[in-house]
Write a protein of this length. Structure first.
Length: 178
């Protein structure tokens, strides 16, 4: 009997050690285009399975804070709260970037500088991006994602309007109006 308990204890200890060695940490971020809240969560995965995920914690975002401070966008109370996935990464896998990752994470500092360099164009750009993100139509969300990923092409108002037209067409192709 003691020998069996000893074997079971050794096996459980080995499983525990292997589990700790296979442990991978990661995190998630979400963004509300209506309330402009940006939240993060941490998570722990073992063998690709999430075993722990923290509660959402609100944090600041340099770009969002700048846009609000400059008056380019303001929070609003939505009829229904919608959260955009910004990223979901873990050491156990690669990728996990959402459509808003480029503007809210990777390019946020460059977008602050771009917005400071041409405030009238930035005001037009951000008003349209958030109008589309706040829409109930999936086609508008796609158009917003296209604008978010191709902001460098918006050097002038005519270039922005041309890109906006293409972005809306792309959204309508993916989600045609019934």
């Amino acid at each position: 009997m003691l020998r069996r308990i000893g074997y079971c204890s050794c096996i459980l200890a080995l499983i525990l050690v292997l589990g700790l060695l296979a442990r991978r940490e990661g995190g998630l971020a979400h963004f509300s285009p209506h309330t402009l809240e940006y939240t993060i969560q941490s998570e722990v995965a073992v063998a690709g399975l999430t075993i722990f995920r923290s509660a959402r914690q609100p944090v600041g975002n340099e770009l969002v804070d700048f846009l609000v401070a400059e008056g380019f966008v303001a929070p609003e109370q939505p009829q229904t709260q919608r959260w955009e996935s910004v990223f979901h990464w873990n050491e156990a896998w690669r990728d996990g970037h959402g459509a808003l990752y480029p503007i809210l994470c990777r390019d946020r500092q460059a977008l602050v500088e771009w917005s400071k360099a041409d405030p009238p164009l930035a005001r037009l750009y951000w008003a349209e991006v958030f109008r589309l993100l706040r829409s109930d139509r999936k086609a508008d969300h796609v158009a917003a994602y296209v604008l978010a990923q191709r902001w460098r092409e918006c050097e002038t108002v005519p270039a922005f309007r041309e890109l906006l037209g293409k972005a809306k067409e792309e959204g309508e192709v993916l989600y045609p109006q019934p």
